[in-house]
Design a protein around this ligand. Structure first.
Ligand code: AMP
Ligand code: ZN
Length: 115
């Protein structure tokens, strides 16, 4: 567990969250400040600080993240219309929690370029 890491505390059950899905490798919960009608955070249980800290040992984990994202989009009924999976890295990338996570956003038309 990362010291004083918000997402490690949610994973440990020390801070409540609206858990949507959980398995051995990751947890999915609702974003507290949703940016779309559907906004979930897909969070590996392993404390990895940023995308830059990934190693080849994490390749299967990151593939699993995208498999779960797709299945959740199907469950939510937003797969066919379209959705977005986002990872923000470091300050200028918009990262604010230093435990790697992937936003699943859907339920509205996404714009490009992103803000
Ligand atoms: P990022 O800015 O990419 O690091 O994303 C961090 C996300 O975590 C933001 O979208 C926040 O709204 C969300 N967030 C922060 N605190 C909580 C919390 N306690 N429960 C759920 N989501 C949170
Ligand atoms: Zn953590």
């Amino acid at each position: 567990m990362g010291a004083d890491c918000l997402f490690c505390k949610i994973i440990a059950g020390e801070i409540p969250a609206q858990i949507r899905y959980e398995d051995a490798q990751l947890v999915v919960f609702a974003d507290i400040n949703p940016q779309a009608p559907h906004h979930f955070l897909i969070v590996p249980k392993k404390h990895i600080r940023t995308t830059l800290d990934l190693t080849p040992a994490d390749n299967e984990l990151i593939g699993h993240v995208y498999q779960v994202a797709g299945k959740l989009a199907v469950d939510l009924g937003i797969a066919d219309e379209g959705f977005r999976v986002v990872n923000n890295c470091n300050e200028a990338g918009g990262q604010s929690v230093w435990h790697i996570h992937f936003h699943l956003l859907g339920g509205r038309n996404m714009t490009w370029p992103p803000g």
